[in-house]
Design a protein around this ligand. Sequence first.
Ligand SMILES: [Zn+2]
Ligand SMILES: [Zn+2]
Length: 270
Amino acid sequence: MTDAADRLQARFEQRAARAEALAETPSSGVEPLRFAAGLFRAQARAASGVLQEHGRRGLSGTLEEDLPRVEGALRSVLRFLAESGPLALRDGATSRAAEPPELFAARLRTAWRGGPEERQDFVSHAVLRAYAEALVHAGVELDRPREPGSGRCPACGAPPSISFRRSMPGSDGAARFLGCGLCGTEWQTNRIRCPSCGETDPQRLPGWQSEAFPVARVEACETCQRYVKSVDLSLDGLAVPEVDELRSLSLDLWAVERGYVRLEPGLAGV
Ligand SMILES: [Zn+2]
Ligand SMILES: [Zn+2]
């Protein structure tokens, strides 16, 4: 369990370090990057607390059963949001932290079991990330309802929050991956396919790039009007997709103005 805890901690730390490094360079998105760094550190501590509980008595992957044991660890993410989150989240997180345990549990259950609308609950999502990613690292199956659709996370069933391209040894061009914002799983997928509706006609899958940050792009679908943000790791091998996309939030605004809806929000809540 120690190895798993170390690996998990290292993953969160790598994201936090990348966010801190990007926040030092003059660019847009400094505030979301600083917030992301703090959130990843808070989630790192919470996730290793969850793994310790797994080491002690085992976890089932069913939130209702596990929550009494992991609640203390998960509440530390809530405290971070209440003390250091963006102003827009701070008040909400503060009042949540003061709510009775039954209500805390009920809100998490709703976000865990619910569909897209419930996942817009950013606070619950940030808290559950630590639990979900710890389960994945412990090799425990996540007990969540699976939504229909081919582009869903193989570990937890949520839609991807990010897409990225990476050069693969021995192959031409970059391979495409999707990343889950709920449990941190990454999986390879077809280069030309909408992860929301499965559309494969390239004419209906337009993409747009930001001139200021060419590693990021919007991958949209004209059939379902959804889009995912994509980060090209073949252009910058140090990039961490869900962190680097925070530098190009203007692309999200641009896509939303054109009537597209992001399939799953990223760390800026867009
Ligand atoms: Zn997942
Ligand atoms: Zn689509």
